[in-house]
Design a protein around this ligand. Structure first.
Ligand SMILES: [Zn+2]
Length: 109
């Protein structure tokens, strides 16, 4: 029976040593990967001076065509809910001269 425990102990030591060795090897590979990774990242970051994105295109929804009504005093977008029947299409430029922008659809926004 003593021989069995001796064998078992040797087996445990062998397994423990094997696992330790595998882990050690894995760590070496990890280190190697890190080292290579650092080398890959050696290139300097492209630092562009145009990080400020102020060049965003302005709202191009400025309507060229607006709608007025015969009796109304304001001009509207096409889909305004206050724009009833008898709408008259006109240009924003000419509408501005005689009418005020609708506060609901705000054609100038
Ligand atoms: Zn409106």
């Amino acid at each position: 029976m003593k021989a069995f425990f001796k064998l078992l102990g040797m087996l445990l030591i062998f397994v423990a040593g094997y696992i330790t060795g595998v882990l050690w090897l894995a760590r070496q590979f990890e280190k190697a990967d890190e080292y290579l990774g650092e080398k890959d990242d050696d290139e300097p970051e492209p630092s562009t001076g145009i990080s400020e994105r102020n060049m965003t295109s302005p709202e191009t929804t400025a309507v060229a065509k607006v709608f007025i009504t015969a009796k109304g005093t304001k001009y509207h977008r096409q889909n305004c809910r206050r724009l009833g029947e008898g709408r008259i299409e006109t240009s924003l430029e000419s509408a501005r001269e005689k009418y005020a922008p609708c506060t609901v659809c705000s054609p100038t926004a």
